[in-house]
Ligand binder design. Structure first.
Ligand SMILES: C[S@@+](CC[C@H](N)C(=O)[O-])C[C@H]1O[C@@H](n2cnc3c(N)ncnc32)[C@H](O)[C@@H]1O
Length: 732
């Protein structure tokens, strides 16, 4: 990040506010009216965005056009961007989180009152001051080179004053430039809204295609104008729509324009569009065109936020605390030095981490001394945060299926000084809880399609197709089942799983959680503890209903919170996952003895349904089958997927799916009984066989057997070669 790249304030933006732009428009209109009467807009004035003379779109046209298109202009992305930068709103934190944070960091008593508290525009600095009250402290002095930055006798209040003074200049410069940028944007907005649209009376005719004046490439500015016009029409179809056109026609036109303008495939554009109202969808697509703020997370194993801020300010970095919701995040507005190469970075005092990435870890809230699993950990932003929250105690198993990515993970763990972490490189779907289980908490930051981070990876716009939205949610379901089965429901301190993705689609979020609730009624959704920041998860979507508690899960959007799109769900395991018979003692202790249980669980893991009633807060048994929400997977798309998965599952077990699936329900029930019986007989046989083996033979693994066979083979080959040589010699 250089001086030229200034970022907008992190955190929840003010709601879309037209007043600012309207004032500017009015001012402009008044100016123009004074100089000359507004002439009619002529089609010849349509210009491409890329035209060199674009920025000289005649200001005299503005008053008239801004009047015509006033409503449409309120939808433009520029304004949305402004809304994003609008006034800072403090994000309320839940009491529990405050407590957690207090516990986590303790209090810093010897910090003086800040000297800057009333200056307008420097409110952010007081955040930094507030921060001192509960500043990051670490008991491990060895890992705390704060002394390196401040001499022992240095007064903290002096240090703070210097910190503040150094930051004032940068911040005020930043604010000036921000204001200037906003005014420029407003100006551009004005010019944009002055563009010609095809108006037929009060009903704009957006279907007359004038977006390709040369008949070839589309004029982007006209296209954008048509997008905003279509959205305006969709907002009041009765009054503004053409009599012979339906809502479907307008939505179809809008989607095509969005695809052309922003470069999405029709499939993905439609999927994302369906999450919002047309107006909000436009804001979302717009937000995906601009980068999110640069945020760094203080590594509290090595320093605290104030010391880090001071060190970076000394290097000319302009920054401020990320918001009330985090005590370790710093938003960087401007940096004359590369943030990934400062001495502080190399010494592991911070990690570059998107603000939304803090949230799943905050929701998981790992405690010192616990055993925690990070199932898909690379490159380690969340692992290292967990390690810091646990103050390098207990144990974090950081797993990732990708070897090259696991190397990056190891690098970060070393750089940030995490000493309670073990890295594993396994496919978490099959490895857990087989290899290890009984964790106090598990984080599953699942691999996803990345629809929440399109501003970082525009490739998502065209690379994700239908097959990805079948394959990836399937994998997410498998991973989440494994995560749940790896948690110890009887953990004294935990028993929690946090599921997160950087995707905004329902298939990867609520639908996955809904599936899990059906398969594992021994878990329930609990509050993330992240307060009001973000929006609640969907409780229904396109006619399908989800668990009412889905509202406790949180969604974050680039256009609403100015963070990467993210989803966070916290689950509490309320009981064990029985493997075969729910009443069986051995199997019901699977959670505490995952190794023992895993052999029995095998591939049946996905199929086990614990029918033990789960009680809600009022002690009433919850109806998971048909009450508050319908079976999401029985919908069109999911039905096929489930049928396919079911056929494959039966085939794996050696059962002909045709014989079972095409039969009436009664037969199916019988078949599943036979299946269960066959399964348990097989398991029993296996166990008996295992028991009958002598101890030494039991130890010998399959791999060892293979090696012996290979050795035997090579011995035979040697003998054969010798024989052949002898035979050759003899013949000579
Ligand atoms: C969203 S990224 C994780 C980011 C990480 N939690 C962080 O904060 O830095 C998803 C990760 O899942 C890993 N992954 C994909 N499939 C996996 C599997 N079956 N088991 C374990 N990890 C997997 C990918 O290699 C990728 O690193």
């Amino acid at each position: 990040m250089g001086k030229g790249r200034r970022m907008k304030k992190q955190g929840p933006p003010a709601p879309l506010d037209e007043s600012k732009i309207t004032i500017l428009k009015k001012r402009k209109a008044a100016e123009a009216a004074e100089t000359e009467a507004a002439p009619k807009v002529v089609a010849a004035k349509k210009r491409r965005r890329s035209d060199a003379d674009e920025d000289v779109v005649t200001k005299k046209d503005a008053p008239k056009k801004s009047k015509v298109n006033g409503a449409a202009s309120k939808l433009t992305g520029k304004e949305n961007k402004k809304a994003v930068t609008a006034k800072k709103q403090p994000v309320p934190m839940s009491d529990s989180e405050d407590e957690e944070m207090d516990d986590e960091f303790g209090d810093l008593d010897d910090v003086s009152e800040g000297s800057l508290d009333s200056q307008d525009g420097l409110e952010r600095l007081s955040d930094l001051e507030d921060d001192e009250d509960d500043s990051v402290l670490d008991s491990d002095e060895e890992d705390h080179p704060r002394e390196a930055m401040f001499s022992d006798d240095e007064d903290l209040s002096d240090a703070e004053e210097r910190l503040t003074a150094a930051n004032i200049e940068g911040l005020s410069r930043k604010l000036d430039l921000q204001r200037q940028a906003e005014e420029e944007e407003a100006e551009q907005e004005l010019q944009e809204s002055a563009m010609q649209t095809n108006i037929a009376g009060d009903r704009p005719d957006v279907f007359a295609d004038e977006t390709r004046p040369d008949g070839l490439a589309p004029d982007l500015q006209l296209l954008r104008q048509r997008i905003t016009d279509t959205i305006r029409i969709l907002g009041d179809l009765k009054t503004l729509g053409q009599p012979d056109k339906s809502r479907v026609d307008y939505v179809d036109l809008l989607l095509n324009d969005i695809c052309t303008y922003y470069g999405y495939t029709r499939y993905l554009a439609e999927k994302l569009f369906n999450l919002f109202t047309p107006m909000e969808a436009f804001a979302f697509f717009e937000a995906n065109e601009t980068p999110r703020p640069v945020v760094i997370r203080t590594n509290t194993l090595r320093t605290n936020r104030r010391s880090l801020a001071q060190a970076l300010i000394n290097r000319g970095v302009v920054l401020e605390p990320v918001g009330k919701w985090s005590k370790v995040g710093l938003q960087v507005f401007e940096s004359p030095v590369p943030l990934g190469a400062t001495p502080e970075y190399l010494a592991g005092h911070y990690i570059l981490q998107a603000a939304s990435s803090f949230l799943p870890v905050m929701a998981l809230a790992p405690q010192p001394g616990e055993r925690v699993l990070d199932m898909a950990a690379a490159p380690g932003g969340k692992t290292t945060y967990m390690s810091a929250l646990m103050r390098n105690t207990g144990c974090v198993i950081a797993n990732d299926a990708s070897k090259p990515r696991a190397k990056g993970l190891i690098g970060n763990i070393h750089r940030l000084g995490c000493k309670n972490t073990i890295v594993t490189n396994m496919d978490a779907r099959t490895a857990f809880p087989k290899a290890m289980g009984g964790f106090d908490r598990v984080l599953l930051d699942a691999p996803c399609t990345g629809t929440g981070v399109i501003s970082k990876d525009a490739g998502v716009k065209t690379s994700k197709d239908e097959s990805d939205f079948l394959r990836i949610p399937h994998m997410q379901r498998q991973l989440l089942l494994a995560a749940i089965d790896s948690v110890d429901h009887a953990s004294k301190t935990g028993g929690y799983v946090v599921y997160s993705t950087c995707s905004v689609t329902v298939e990867e979020n609520e639908a996955v959680v809904q599936y899990i609730l059906r398969k594992r009624p021994n878990v329930k959704i609990v509050d993330t503890g992240l307060g009001d920041f973000g929006s609640p998860g969907f409780v229904s979507y396109m006619g399908k209903k989800f668990d009412a508690k889905m509202a406790l899960t949180r969604r974050y959007f680039p256009h609403r919170e100015n963070v990467d799109g993210f989803y966070v769900c916290k689950l509490k395991k309320t009981g064990p996952t029985p493997i075969a018979k729910p009443t069986d003692d051995t199997t019901s202790s699977a959670d505490r003895h995952p190794r023992r249980a895993s052999s029995k669980a095998s591939s049946a893991d996905e199929e086990v349904i614990d029918k033990t009633p789960i009680l809600d807060e009022d002690g009433a048994a919850m109806d998971f089958e048909g009450g508050a929400f319908g079976p999401f997977e029985d919908g069109d798309e999911d039905a096929e997927r489930i049928a396919r998965a079911e056929r494959n599952r039966l085939r794996r077990k050696g059962i002909n799916p045709k014989g079972v699936l095409n039969k009436p329900k009664k037969n199916k029930e019988e078949a599943s009984k036979t299946e269960a019986k066959a399964e348990s007989t097989q398991e029993e046989k296996k166990e008996k066989k295992e028991d009958a083996k002598p101890e030494a033979a039991k130890k010998s693994s399959k791999g060892e057997k293979k090696t012996v066979t290979k050795a035997e083979k090579s011995e035979k080959a040697d003998k054969k070669e010798k024989k052949e040589k002898k035979a050759k010699k003899a013949s000579k």
